[in-house]
Design a protein around this ligand. Structure first.
Ligand code: ADP
Ligand code: ZN
Length: 299
């Protein structure tokens, strides 16, 4: 058995599976204090193991920022999160001790990127970027088959994008104001227009501005990373027509600078929706767990 945890700032989703495609038990609960949340994690896995068999390893796709550098003292810790009680929490060690199995971990969006890469919309490619546009904006990249970490890990939501000429909104990011996340996450839409993103009508000017910011993001990702595909997930991307608007604006603004069409045939396969929808993080965490199985580590 392998285990997966998608640890989000709002909720923890746990799963026990016999392989990446076969989830046998799952549960989710709200993220409260580390002690309470981890005690629920422990209860879930204890109960699930009694029914289905012993856990060999665990994969964790975790909200961040998180310490991923194994040579650093903060490896396996959640870093400077505003989430009460979680800053500097050594989550990997806590899980390893509590469940008694090896733990492989990465950021939540890197986990989702890994899931889409092996089992979803990224199959058959050697690189991709996965972005979620939801309560925040986050992104993970797989380049030449490997998750991109670099110095810490990418924080794609905090890239700077040119301001739309009709937009005076100050921005929602507590650190940067009008970074991409500050201008285009779900709560920024709600705050700017005084109504929840999902209730804005299709002809509202919000969506042209939103597509403008997301197309800037796709241009930046294309120019910097040259991924074979960009996968846009998260609650805001469920708005009907937003993905198409983003593609159209991307095309207009990038001005055919790269011969994308020659390579891809269609822009629909370059900027696309996830295939695993809200399961990407869990599947990614299962893939991480497979890599931490005792027999794969010693191989
Ligand atoms: P999280 O990022 O917390 O995991 P989601 O990806 O579901 O959660 O994103 C939640 C955000 O998405 C909220 O700000 C919400 O207003 C927005 N949202 C959810 N559904 C839609 C929709 N159909 N159209 C536009 N925005 C939506
Ligand atoms: Zn920011």
């Amino acid at each position: 058995m392998i285990g997966a945890i998608e640890a989000g700032g709002t909720k923890f989703c746990c799963a026990l599976a016999s392989d990446r495609n076969t989830i046998l038990a799952s549960a989710s609960f709200p993220t409260t204090s580390p002690t309470e949340t981890l005690s629920r994690v422990r209860s879930f896995f204890q109960e699930a193991q009694l029914k289905h068999g012993t856990l060999q390893s665990l994969g964790l796709a975790c909200f961040g920022p998180v310490g991923l550098d194994s040579n650093s003292h903060d490896f396996g810790h959640i870093l400077n999160t505003p989430k009460s009680g979680w800053a500097h929490y050594p989550i990997v060690e806590a899980l390893r001790t509590s469940l008694g199995v090896p733990v492989a971990f990465d950021t939540d969006v890197n986990g989702a990127a890994l899931g889409e890469f092996h089992c979803g919309a990224g199959r058959g490619h050697s690189s991709l970027v996965y972005i979620t546009v939801g309560t925040g904006i986050g992104g993970g990249a797989i380049i030449d088959g490997k998750i991109l970490h670099g110095l810490i890990h990418p924080e794609m939501g905090h890239m700077q994008v040119p301001r739309h000429p009709d937009d005076n909104y100050r921005g929602h990011c507590p650190s940067h104001g009008d970074c991409l996340e500050g201008l285009a996450c779900g709560p920024a839409l709600g705050d700017r227009w005084n109504m929840a993103a999902e209730t804005l009508t299709g002809d509202h000017p919000a969506w042209d501005i939103q597509a403008d910011y997301l197309s800037s993001m796709c241009i930046n990702l294309t120019a910097v990373l040259s991924p074979e595909t960009i996968i846009l997930g998260g609650g805001v991307m469920q708005y009907p027509g937003l993905l198409d608007k983003t593609r159209t604006r991307f095309l207009e603004r990038f001005n055919n600078y790269l011969p994308l069409h020659e390579r891809l045939g269609s822009l629909d396969s370059y900027i696309q929706s996830p295939e695993l929808s809200n399961q990407a993080g869990t599947v990614g965490a299962l893939l991480l767990a497979e890599s931490a199985r005792p027999e794969s580590v010693s191989r």
